[in-house]
Design a protein around this ligand. Structure first.
Ligand code: 8YV
Length: 311
C-alpha cells in the first residue's frame, strides 16, 4: 500500500472533513514551528483558512511543500511570489461561499440601519417601558455603494436591489456583465454618493487602509460602513473615532485588523454591529468549503488538475 501523504492543517478542520481526508492523507494540526521538528520535511500539502493564510516562516520551514488548499477565498496572507518561485500550487474554495457572505453583508446592513442588535440589548437589559426607544433608519430608497464588484459584490447587489435600494460600485475596472449598475472609478466619489458603503474587496497591499479618515468623512454623518472583506482594508483607529464622534452613523463589521482581537472601544458603542468573522460560517457552506479543500488536495496528489486553482 502506498504511504500516506502528510498534510499540515494551519486551522483546525471539522471532524467529518478529517475523516474524509483520513484515508489518503495523514493530518497534522500545526501548533508551533518548534513542535514541527522532523515532520516539517515530510509535509507536502497545507490546508488553511483565508484569515490565517500561510505565514512565511511556516512556508519556509516546509522544504517539500507542493500544494496549499485554502478553506476560503482570501489569499492575502499567502506569499504568491514565493509560491511561484517554488512552484507551489494554490487552490481556494471559490464559488461556494459567495451567497452566504453576501447574506451576511445584507444582515449587517439591516442590523446597522434598523438597530436590531442594539434593540436586542435594550430588551435584555429590561429597559423596555422604562427608557425611550429611538427610531431606526429605513433601508428603502437608500444608496448602496459596493466597493469590490467580484462574485460577492454582485451577489450583494442582487440582494440589495430587492430591498428597493439604488446600487453603484467601485472596482479596479468596469464590469461588462453588470451594465445596470453605475461604475465609480473613484472610491471617494462613491463614498460621497452612498448612504451605505459595503466592502467586498480582496485583502492585501492594494486595499490596505483603503477606508481612512478621508473616505469616512466623505461617507458622512448619515453614512454606514459594512465590512465583510478584510480588517486590513479599514484604518480601525480612524473608524473608531468616526463612530465615536458621529463622522459616520454606524457600521457592521465581520472582520478586524488583528483577529481574534477586537479593540475594546468598539464594545461600548451601540452604533456598531460586531461579528467574529462569520460570513461563510454556515453548516452548509462550511461543509462545501471543506469538501473543496479535500477535493483539491486529492486531485493534486492523484496528478489531476486542481478544481479551483489560483496558481
Ligand atoms: C473564512 C474567509 O471565514 O473566504 C475567506 O477568505 O476569510 C472566510 O470565508 C475563512 O477562510 C475560514 O477559515
Amino acid at each position: 500500500m502506498a504511504s500516506k501523504t502528510d498534510i499540515l492543517m494551519i486551522d483546525p478542520m471539522p471532524e467529518s472533513f478529517n475523516e474524509q481526508l483520513g484515508a489518503p492523507f495523514r493530518l497534522h494540526q500545526f501548533t508551533s514551528l518548534e513542535a514541527l521538528g522532523p515532520l516539517a520535511e515530510r509535509i507536502e500539502g497545507v490546508s488553511t483558512g483565508g484569515g490565517s493564510g500561510l505565514p512565511r516562516q511556516i512556508m519556509d520551514a516546509l522544504p517539500n511543500l507542493k500544494v496549499i488548499s485554502v478553506n476560503g477565498v482570501g489569499i492575502d496572507k499567502i506569499d504568491l511570489d514565493e509560491c511561484r518561485r517554488r512552484s507551489i500550487r494554490l487552490a481556494t474554495a471559490q464559488g461556494v461561499l459567495t451567497e452566504d457572505v453576501a447574506d451576511m453583508a445584507m444582515g449587517l446592513m439591516l442590523d446597522a440601519m434598523r438597530g436590531i442588535s442594539a434593540s436586542d440589548r435594550f430588551v435584555r437589559a429590561n429597559r423596555w417601558g422604562r427608557d425611550p426607544v429611538p427610531n431606526a433608519w429605513s433601508l428603502k430608497g437608500k444608496k448602496i455603494g459596493i466597493a469590490g464588484f467580484g462574485a460577492i459584490g454582485k451577489a450583494l447587489a442582487q440582494r440589495a436591489a430587492a430591498f428597493d435600494t439604488t446600487i453603484a460600485y467601485f472596482s479596479s475596472r468596469q464590469q461588462t456583465d453588470t451594465p445596470q449598475y453605475p461604475f465609480y472609478p473613484e472610491l471617494r466619489v462613491l463614498a460621497e454618493w452612498a448612504d451605505v458603503l459595503v466592502l467586498c474587496v480582496s485583502g492585501g497591499a492594494r486595499s490596505y487602509h483603503m477606508i481612512d479618515e478621508d473616505i469616512l468623512q466623505a461617507l458622512g454623518p448619515d453614512g454606514v460602513l459594512i465590512n465583510v472583506a478584510r480588517g486590513s482594508v479599514v484604518d480601525e483607529e480612524a473608524l473608531l473615532q468616526a463612530l465615536q464622534d458621529g463622522t459616520i452613523r454606524g457600521a457592521g463589521l465581520d472582520v478586524f485588523a488583528e483577529e481574534p482581537q477586537v479593540p475594546e472601544a468598539f464594545f461600548s458603542l451601540d452604533n456598531v454591529v460586531l461579528q467574529a468573522h462569520r460570513a461563510s460560517a454556515t453548516v452548509e457552506t462550511r461543509h462545501a468549503m471543506g469538501r473543496l479543500v479535500f477535493d483539491n488536495l486529492a486531485a493534486f496528489f492523484q496528478g489531476k488538475p486542481l478544481l479551483t486553482p489560483v496558481l
